[in-house]
Design a protein around this ligand. Structure first.
Ligand code: AMP
Ligand code: MG
Length: 427
């Protein structure tokens, strides 16, 4: 049995439902994920929209989206509260009744029982199914999703919570649609480069662009790294082989400055290297206030190699917690190579780590001077094997960017040390 009728043309609309998406604080990120997944199936997105929770607006928008393409993927509004009404509005539009599904109801009750709570009555409506719809499993949450076919159209309803949407897509909705649409669309790959400015990366990879004129390649800088994104159309196998060839050319041009691909992160790659070398890491952070520790501990299992960070914001903390000398602070100032080096040494000693890394700088916007403008940051590394590293950064941009870039530069510095590429010399 197929769940979806063969498509007449390979186009789709995406609809994001939720009044918060029309306000000032929330962005529709689900559609970015969905557009990528649909592209892999060779399905072109011809329309995407956000709509609030009002039933009238939602109905009007569903009608328009269904008029534009044979496939509509909608997210949001499947929850238990009164403003979650995507399913109800679609049912009314299709003239189909909602039928309570006892199997879903008992799964929902069980889910609550496991958390030691009796299911609130409002959740019962999550067990209502549009007559004839396929129920999509939600491995991460309570709201099931639905796949409905009516009048030659296919509608997929997914939960709004991005994690739940992705899990439902990967495990259920995606494979069902792939059985109909295939997977000979665009397959994408991202290579990530650390420690080089975008213009330098661009210069080095120009010959790669020329060697692959038919491949769309995008270069973009984000958060202290540079990404190269490219896509190839074909079966997963054909496209995979072509992507491998392009990746090889990029790696030839950029060498070990390529630190990862796709979902790999700088903090994850650094963590893997530390684990592989059997080394531990400790930090002393001033202007990043613990952000570097935050990134490192975003990685599950980081306790294998990450010992801790001293957030030494005040001068007294730099002296008390990681032993920076009063004389150094007085002579060179808190934002200086000398202080950074003593912080790195002190962090290593204090935590008993193999590698100590320190960050001290002026995140701005205030606090700068002609000699040390806002955006001046000193990074230092001090390793038990005698390696000492230092880098001075001078960054434009606001406080948030300076702090983010600093964490990336520090991670690149640690990576370089672990690959035997430390700059800043031994002392
Ligand atoms: P919902 O249950 O559909 O009301 O959504 C629950 C949560 O998911 C809220 O925090 C929403 O802001 C978030 N959310 C809903 N739709 C989207 C979307 N298109 N992109 C990103 N987050 C979303
Ligand atoms: Mg909502």
């Amino acid at each position: 049995m197929t769940d979806v009728a063969a498509p007449v043309d390979c186009t789709a609309s995406i609809l994001a439902v939720g009044s918060e998406l029309l306000g000032t604080t929330r962005l529709d990120t689900n559609s970015l994920f969905l557009a990528g997944e649909l592209l892999t199936m060779g399905v072109r997105v011809v329309r995407k929209a956000c709509v609030g929770d009002d039933a009238g607006d939602l109905g009007a928008e569903l009608r328009v989206a269904l008029g534009r393409a044979p496939l509509l993927v909608a997210s949001g509004g499947l929850g238990p509260t009164a403003d979650d009404r995507t399913k109800e509005v679609l049912a009314a539009l299709l003239g189909r009744p909602l039928v309570r599904d006892e199997a879903i109801l008992s799964r929902l009750r069980e889910r609550f029982r496991r958390r030691g709570i009796e299911m609130p009555k409002v959740n019962e409506k999550q067990a209502d199914v549009i007559e004839g719809a396929v129920v999509l499993a939600n491995p991460r949450g309570s709201a099931p999703g639905f796949l409905v076919e009516a009048a030659g159209k296919t509608v997929v309803l997914l939960p709004g919570v991005p994690d739940e949407l992705k899990a439902m897509w990967v495990e259920d909705a995606g494979p069902r649609l792939a059985r109909v649409y295939g997977t000979t669309g665009y397959h994408r790959r991202t290579l990530k480069v650390g420690g080089l400015p975008e213009s330098v990366v661009e210069e080095r990879v120009e010959p790669v662009y020329a060697a692959h004129p038919d491949c769309p390649i995008t270069i973009l800088a984000a958060g202290g790294e540079v990404q190269l994104q490219f896509a190839v159309r074909g079966t997963p196998e054909e496209a995979g082989a072509a992507l491998d060839r392009i990746e090889r050319d990029f790696r030839k041009a950029l060498g070990s400055d390529v630190f990862g691909r796709n979902d790999e992160t700088l903090e994850g790659v650094v963590g893997d290297l530390l684990r592989a070398r059997g080394l531990t890491l400790a930090l002393a952070e001033s202007c990043t206030g613990g952000l570097l520790a935050g990134r490192l501990t975003d990685v599950a299992g980081s306790s294998d190699y990450f010992l801790g960070s001293a957030v030494t914001y005040a001068n007294a903390a730099k002296a008390d917690l990681v032993g920076v000398s009063e004389e150094t602070l007085e002579r060179f100032g808190a934002v200086s190579e000398e202080t950074a080096r003593e912080m790195a040494f002190g962090a290593r000693k204090r935590f008993g780590a193999s590698v100590g890394v320190a960050v001290t700088g002026i995140a701005g916007p205030g606090g700068g001077s002609p000699e040390k403008p806002a955006g001046t940051v000193h990074l230092a590394l001090d390793a038990a094997d005698g390696t000492r590293g230092h880098r001075k950064l001078l960054m434009p941009g606001g406080r948030a960017l300076v702090r983010r870039w600093t964490t990336s530069a520090a991670l690149v510095m640690i990576r370089h040390y672990l690959m035997g590429r430390t700059e800043g010399g031994r002392k």
